[in-house]
Structure formats: C-alpha cells, structure tokens
Design a protein around this ligand. Structure first.
Ligand SMILES: [Zn+2]
Ligand SMILES: [Zn+2]
Length: 101
C-alpha cells in the first residue's frame, strides 16, 4: 500500500535534510515536518532537530512569534510529522505546542 506521507515528500520542500523534510501539508496547507524514516519510536526521534526544523519553518512562513507547533497527526502514515500553524488558530484550540520537549 502506498504511503501518503512518502508521496507528500514529492512536493516542493521548504527545507530538506537527511533526516526530515518540511513541505506545505497538502491537507491543511500549513508547514509540516515529516521525518524521513518509517516507524521511528518517539524515544528514538531527534527532538532537538525536529524542534529547530519546525520552528524555522514557522518563522519562515508566519514570522517570528506568529505560529504555534501542532503535534496532532494529520496525514495517515507511519512517519512522525508535526505542523507549524498560525498562532490565532492555535489559541482557539488551546494548543501552545507543549508536545516537543
Ligand atoms: Zn512513507
Ligand atoms: Zn496537515
């Protein structure tokens, strides 16, 4: 079965590294960081790298302080992924991006 997240990876990346890729999410049109490898357990993820990657994308797309990190899964698939979303939406749902620590 094709992996939807692997197909997302074909889009124009905002940032691309050996570990992850940042693109605009095809579902919610916000920047999404997708870890390249499948099925990586949470405790094996490089949270520092993920955090700085998605922060950079948020700043680039929305501007400094204008975004929050949204860790809820969005695209079906077994890659870890995380979004930056505009701050006013994040406040509405009460999510201040406390997930990645
Ligand atoms: Zn995949
Ligand atoms: Zn999304």
């Amino acid at each position: 079965m094709p992996c939807e997240l692997c197909e997302v990876v074909l889009a124009d990346p905002i940032e691309e590294t050996v570990d992850y890729l940042v693109v605009m999410c095809p579902r919610c049109e916000m920047p999404i960081l997708i870890w390249n490898a499948h099925n990586v357990p949470m405790d094996k993820l490089d949270k520092m790298t993920i955090s700085s990657g998605i922060e950079r994308a948020g700043q680039q797309v929305y501007g400094s302080g204008m975004y929050d990190i949204e860790s809820a899964p969005c695209v079906p698939g077994d890659h870890f992924h995380i979004h930056a979303r505009p701050r006013q939406i994040a406040l509405d749902i009460g999510n201040r991006g406390e997930m990645i620590k």
